[in-house]
Design a protein around this ligand. Structure first.
Ligand SMILES: Cc1cc2nc3c(=O)[nH]c(=O)nc-3n(C[C@H](O)[C@H](O)[C@H](O)COP(=O)(O)OP(=O)(O)OC[C@H]3O[C@@H](n4cnc5c(N)ncnc54)[C@H](O)[C@@H]3O)c2cc1C
Length: 418
């Protein structure tokens, strides 16, 4: 059975990830290939089947294996793990958000990631900080309040201070700032590689190149999954961690949830930023940028409902980015485009994570709807799902329960986020 790695045909698709995170490229040499089996024999029977090999699925596999759950099977359709959102994102660790629960999950994720990838193993965070900026002071009020309430280290800045930290903002609209020293850029490649390796070392089986066609149920209970090739794998528990495809997979067993994939663009610009420049995120006129591979990685923070898949790049998004950057950081607005791509952020209408057991089907669990904060909060969200699978009830899980999305259960939360 071939090992899935960078030399397989699927490696080309993974290049988006490799180009995205130059820091990750260096780590690749140390971490080697992702430990997964590609296709072939799967397993006669599993205790838990996880569908999806992004940060959500890998996090669940890792925590299950750590918890001593035997016969954990992760199934990923692509030839390589983390081929979609988890390998094609902006890699910003943003521990401050107004979406309820995200700050707590981010804080816990930090502890978990520090333990997974301590300094000896190369670390996981390039802690350059995050500078949230706005034209009007009120636009930062909610975030400042959350930072104060949750005890997150932060510093309020005005124009002069902002421009001394990021000279490219001079002449733009950033008049007010909130600096978070504990934020930065994650090494997404190191995280997914080490999650995969640790899960496997603890006994989980990770199989790539294997698509799940449907979740099989009988009398309201999970029975296992049916693969695209017609094979069936029995299991009492199935965790849907399928990103943009999650809702469709739920629908395959009559348990659809309203999750919407939204297209967002990322653009690498030919422009200079000092390596230690904090990530800059404009609130209100949403746009962000950071240093990457000797250039600048930026996003216009666009959101457009899009079918699950790999979305094409739209010229309008690039134009939108140039306009927003011209207003925020004039020199960057003139930077030429090196490379652009789009990917999907999948959210429930209230933007909170969808993590927990489905009330309609016993044994069906979800870890989905991680929107724009999966790399920031996904590790802790996975830990929470595993606690639920193991019969514990972490108090924070109530906010993420899939039941809130079912007809009749009304609840709305404030929006924005990454
Ligand atoms: C442009 C962009 C920028 C972002 N920036 C950030 C950021 O800076 N910071 C941050 O914290 N987060 C960011 N995010 C969000 C983050 O990337 C996501 O929340 C996270 O990657 C979601 O992980 P996931 O595992 O749920 O989904 P995915 O990574 O998409 O993984 C789902 C996997 O399931 C597999 N799958 C689907 N259906 C099946 C099936 N039937 N059978 C087998 N396998 C299947 C897919 O192939 C895929 O590999 C960004 C997202 C985007 C799109």
């Amino acid at each position: 059975m071939p090992e899935a790695g960078y030399e397989t045909p699927g490696a080309r698709q993974h290049e988006g990830f490799l180009v995205l995170t130059a820091w990750g490229c260096a780590r690749r040499l140390r971490c080697g290939i992702l430990d997964a089996c590609n296709g072939g024999y799967v397993m006669d029977r599993a205790d838990v089947i996880i569908v999806g090999g992004g940060i959500a699925g890998l996090g669940v596999a890792y925590h299950l294996a750590q918890a001593g759950v035997r016969r954990v099977l992760l199934l990923e359709r692509e030839a390589l793990l983390a081929s979609h959102s988890s390998g094609r994102n902006a890699a910003i660790f943003r521990p401050l958000d107004t979406i309820p629960g995200v700050v707590e999950l981010a804080t816990r994720s930090r502890v978990l990631l520090d333990a997974l990838l301590d300094e000896e193993r190369g670390g996981w965070l390039h802690q350059v900080g995050l500078l949230l900026v706005s034209a009007l002071p009120a636009e930062l009020d909610d975030l400042r309040e959350v930072a104060q309430r949750s005890g997150l280290a932060h510093e309020i800045m005005e124009r002069q201070g902002i421009e001394s930290v990021v000279p490219q903002l001079a002449g733009g609209g950033a008049a007010h700032g909130l600096f978070l020293p504990d934020a930065g850029v994650v090494d997404a490649h190191a995280i997914v590689t080490c999650l995969a390796r640790s899960a496997k070392a603890a006994g989980a089986r990770l199989t790539t190149g294997t698509a799940v066609k449907r979740v099989r149920t009988s009398r309201g209970r999970v029975e296992g999954v049916e693969l695209e090739n017609g094979d069936r794998v029995p299991a009492d528990i199935v965790v849907i961690a399928a990103g943009a495809w999650a809702s469709g997979l739920g629908a395959s067993c009559g348990a659809e949830l309203p999750l919407t994939p939204l297209r967002r663009h990322l653009v690498q610009l030919e422009a200079r930023l000092a390596k230690a420049t904090p990530v800059v995120w404009s609130v209100g006129d949403e746009v962000y940028f950071r240093a990457e591979s000797g250039g600048v990685l930026a996003s216009p923070c666009d959101e457009e409902p899009w079918p699950a898949g790999v979305p094409p790049v739209a010229a309008a998004a690039l134009e939108g980015l140039a306009e927003k950057l011209a207003r925020l950081a004039p020199p960057l607005g003139r930077g030429s485009v090196r490379r652009a791509w789009a990917c999907l952020r999948t959210s429930a209408s209230d933007r909170a994570p969808v993590a927990g057991e489905d009330p309609r089907v016993t044994g069906l669990f979800w870890l989905a709807g991680l929107g724009g904060y999966g790399m920031t909060a996904g590790m802790a969200a996975a830990e929470m799902v595993v606690a639920l699978v193991c019969g514990r009830q972490p108090p924070i899980a109530v906010r993420s329960a899939p039941a809130r999305l079912l007809p009749g259960a009304t609840r709305s939360l404030p929006v924005p986020g990454g």
